[in-house]
Design a protein around this ligand. Structure first.
Ligand code: ADP
Ligand code: MG
Length: 602
């Protein structure tokens, strides 16, 4: 056996395997270089999915002749100020992209510095460097990679259809563009434009939102809230989609650390945690988040493509994300994202919260204390599922009484006027009507109430007259047993009952006459599903959401007027009541103006 050092050409090809996975990686590396070079406009051409040609041209700082010759060498970079790898403020720092791309394609670079009369061009063919020659290149740099992977046929075989590779490349540019609204990005396939994002000036946050809605569509801008938070020098900014703007997959979550797009498990997990209880576990929110930390607090040198990062204090970053998002979303309590989709009902919109929620919430609470609504002091009782609910004890105010009193504060969700199909409540507001899904609304209220009770201490329990025995498989029983103490803390007593069954003796009093076996089955399913990576709090939230769903007023139950009004008033006073825990809206609103439009009166 003879040990020998690998020739450079082979070393570069091996390194290229890490950096250049597919055409999109070339595009990403080259566009990052252009941003690092201070470009204000970047033009990308992708031919045949990047196989035939990838060209990236910018108006950045350009390179001098010697720098150009060095730039294509391995580990040559202009970007590492000191040698500790501790303060990285640019995309690049490894000096690997150009030599790696050069190793697997035919690379040519033309560049001119801003203050120079002439520019320079250099070709590298499958790793073999030519001579630098004078070039008529305009200010800036153009890098062209042709015949990608011609030297590594194995890699070529793994490429997908041209359209797929092109899409990945465009997405790579979009991700970078999200973090840099001040730079213009243009992508074409040689014939057609694929992406056109002009540079945006002016207020940074405004420019960012405009850039994002250009990329993600106008829905995002309409249904997202700005987030801003700071903790120990780590800052969080960006936009979080309302829970109703949810998706089946998490690909609409875009994360940036110090302006660098990352796919980081810690950060995705934090987003999941923040939306816990606002969305079912198989739905994902949309979000674009920017984490900024001092360069020494984050290590980007974890992965060759720098897609992962490591934070010095990961728990702090996670906590910052969860609390900032929660706070931002709580401010949108009554806001729902989706207007109804039927064309005629397109006018049915969710009212933005700013109009009334902030100033009116305290007044809505004042109203809670007024004796004409006894149900409000203990608002759950009137619409409790219990068949024996003593509705007679809740006097219905004489018709018109509430509306007649000019001293009464404006009620954002209005006064209940009717119940339709035993499912929907219609309320009249000062300038329109509100349609409430009673099940969705009640579920949300129950959930918030359970949370409050839990925060205040151990919730009241009620013993079951006949303890319920539920048959389950051993995996689920074990999962429930392992959490028995946690369940007891929230008022639910579950024990093993021989082989293949558990017995439930007590449930939280709040749940009333809930169907215990269905609830326990759901809880067990959820525990085996993704118990492991959830924190205790997240798990509790999940349990609470599940319990709330089982407890809620089913569609189909007839409500009295006072029960309906109690529900509306409690919604006004409860955070997050605009969506049920599955992210669906709990109510929609139609203004008089919109009604008039529907009838052609305007
Ligand atoms: P890195 O970006 O990690 O430094 P690269 O191999 O991507 O490594 O680039 C090597 C060097 O080439 C960079 O440090 C930079 O000095 C120079 N360079 C690359 N692309 C450009 C560009 N578009 N404009 C100006 N200089 C560039
Ligand atoms: Mg680079």
């Amino acid at each position: 056996m003879i040990v020998r050092k690998l020739p450079d050409s082979v070393v570069n090809r091996i390194a290229a395997g890490e950096v250049v996975e597919r055409p999109a990686s070339v595009v990403k590396e080259l566009v990052e270089n252009s941003i690092d070079a201070g470009a204000s406009a970047i033009q990308v051409v992708i031919r045949d999915g990047g196989r035939a040609l990838i060209s990236v041209a910018d108006d950045g700082c350009g390179m001098a002749r010697d720098d150009l010759c060095l730039a294509v060498e391995r580990h040559a970079t202009s970007k590492l100020a000191d040698e500790t790898l501790s303060r990285i403020g640019t995309f690049g720092f490894r000096g690997e992209a150009l030599p790696s791309i050069a190793a697997v394609s035919r690379l040519s670079i033309a560049t001119r510095q801003r203050d120079q009369d002439s520019g320079w061009a250099l070709d590298v063919d499958g790793g073999h460097k030519g001579e630098a020659k004078p070039s008529g290149q305009a200010d800036g740099t153009r890098v062209e990679a042709r015949d990608l992977f011609f030297a590594t046929p194995a890699r070529l075989k793994f490429l997908k259809a041209a359209a797929t590779e092109t899409r990945h490349a465009v997405e790579a540019v979009q991700r970078l563009a999200m973090a840099h609204p001040e730079v213009g990005f243009f992508v074409g396939d040689g014939d057609r434009p694929l992406l056109n994002l002009p540079a945006l000036r002016g207020d940074a946050e405004d420019a960012r939102l405009r850039r994002l809605s250009k990329i993600l569509g106008p829905d995002f801008a309409r249904s997202a809230v700005a987030v801003a938070g700071e903790r120990d020098g780590v800052r969080l900014g960006g936009f979080a989609g309302l829970p109703t703007l949810n998706r089946r997959v998490a690909t609409m979550q875009f994360l940036f650390v110090n302006g660098r797009p990352v796919r980081d498990r810690l950060l995705y997990g934090a987003i999941r945690g923040a939306y816990q209880g606002l969305l079912p576990s198989d739905r994902h929110p949309m979000a674009v988040l920017f984490v900024d930390a001092a360069p020494e607090d984050v290590d980007v040198n974890v992965h060759p493509t720098k897609a992962e990062v490591r934070f010095r204090d990961a728990a702090l970053v996670r906590g910052l994300i969860v609390s900032t998002l929660r706070h931002a979303l709580a401010g949108t309590a009554q806001r729902t994202a989706v207007p109804v989709s039927m064309p005629a009902a397109a006018a049915v919109t969710a009212r933005p919260p700013a109009d009334w929620r902030a100033p009116l919430a305290p007044r809505a609470r004042d109203r809670v204390a007024t004796p004409s609504f006894p149900g409000l002091r203990e608002p759950l009782a009137p619409y409790d599922l219990a068949p024996s609910a003593p509705t007679a004890d809740w006097p219905v105010p004489p018709p018109g009484e509430e509306a007649a009193d000019p001293e009464q504060p404006v009620l954002p969700l209005g006064l209940a006027r009717a119940q339709l199909h035993s499912t929907y409540i219609i309320a009249e507001t000062a300038d329109g009507i509100v349609l409430v899904d009673q099940h969705a609304a009640h579920e949300r209220l129950t959930q918030e109430r359970l949370k409050r009770e839990l925060a205040a201490g151990v919730p009241a329990r009620q013993g079951l007259l006949i303890p319920e025995v539920i048959e389950l498989d051993e995996g689920r029983i074990a999962a429930l047993e392992a959490r028995a103490a946690e369940f007891e803390a929230i008022g639910m007593v579950i024990e093993r009952f021989g082989a293949g069954a558990v017995i439930v003796r007590e449930v939280p009093a709040l749940l009333g006459t809930v169907e215990v076996s269905a609830l326990i089955r759901d809880l067990a399913d959820e525990l085996v599903d993704d118990d492991a990576h959830l924190s205790l709090n997240e798990r509790l939230e999940k349990v609470i959401a599940t319990m709330a769903c089982h407890h809620s007023v089913r569609a189909g139950r007839t409500l009295s007027v006072s029960e309906m009004n109690a529900l509306l008033r409690e919604m006004e006073a409860t955070p997050f009541s605009g969506q049920c825990s599955h992210g669906r809206p709990t109510y929609v609103e139609l203004s008089l103006a919109e009604i008039e439009k529907l009838f052609g009166r305007r």
